[in-house]
Design a protein around this ligand. Sequence first.
Ligand code: SF4
Length: 459
Amino acid sequence: MNPPPKRISMEGLDLLCARRSAGAPMPAYVGPLRRHVAEGDRRLLRLEYDASPAALRLWSFLLTEEERLHAAHAAGAKIVGAMKDLGTVPVMAYALPNVVAFYPDGAWWTPCVMELSDGLFCIAQSLGFGESFCPVRAMLGAFVNRAHFPIPDILICSAGAVCDDFSAIAQRVESLGHPILWWEMPHRRRPEPDEPAVELPGGFSAPASQAAFVRSELERVRAALEGLAGAPLGDAELAAGIAEANRVRRLLADLRRLAYTAEACPMPALEMLIAEMLAIHFCSDRAESIRVLADLLEEVRRRVKEKVGIVAKDAARVFWVNPVADLRVMNLLEDSGGRLAGTEFLFSHALDPIPEDLPPMEALARMALADPMAGPSADRAARIVRDARAFGAEAVLVSRIPGASHCALEGAVIARVVREELAIPVVEIEVPPVADPMMPTLRSQLEALVETVQERRKR
Ligand code: SF4
């Protein structure tokens, strides 16, 4: 039996990379993380990583995304900047040949990864978007300084039932000379008792009229993508694209089920966050994202079979709500005696399988409507309760995002519903993009949560 895996420093992961370089061939993008530090990604020095080739591949894949996008652009591929919907438009875009889609929203993490040396928040501030806005304001800076992603050939953004922060910032992007194709997402409501309704992926339902409306909006997106690619995006192509997206989602479903339910936690929280993010736009390479996730799943399966974990078996089982602006805080969970037992990172609709027994546009419309941010907070809380119960979570942690318009009250709604339904402890923390000054406080909050779980076990 192999020794239990431990988290390692970046130097440790780079050593593992050097050893692998001498052995079996690796994809060309896999390499030492220090090359990214040299480019300014200084936060990498402060993180701890899973000690596996699969994790090395995952990190290399994530950190080479901008290179990949620039190379695709230079090679003549059409670049789609999908904005806000988190999971729908890329499924359509990747169904076309020679089209690559990504989310400029991903600049959300750049100030963290570059420890604020990127200057993106300063640019956003100069354009009127200061600290009262969510970290997604970094996207504005990236459109201005053009030092990160290539400017997309088309921008497609959902409007309507989306957060105020994103609407305002995307409008400002457009005002800077980047035209946007807006498509409307209605606020999802529960169907009236006698109203025709449809079931959505993930278990919600919605009026059939809302699904029909979203379908008509996505038809406009389909026409725009066809115009961009100069190729038809028929139902057959869409169905094939949905099937490929579902391969990613199935891999993630297996990975999450094993990682969040195994007695010995087989994969750190940080790598699970990165893995889940691949569902949104496949990190700009759908085929490779499948291979990266398959590798990670194989590693997790092996550890589960051998009953080895990355933390003690009695670690408190914590369900995590919302992504953290500072990735280092994911390490803190395990440092405090906890482990992940489920997540809701704002994009559960990008994880649920897309129905393959419906006409493709209807299936995509229903998936888009299932977005947890498009409906009432009570729906989101109900989903969190259901998933936390299924994963056997012993506590729920709500990670507030500074400035995020939905975070001011939503955490309280989620906490109340979780306490009523599950009677388990809930804690709210707030995590800025570089949380170093707050680490002692955050650690105390996490340790207190873990202690509460341990006390409850004695009852
Ligand atoms: S984190 Fe929240 S406020 Fe920020 S863009 Fe996403 S949904 Fe909007």
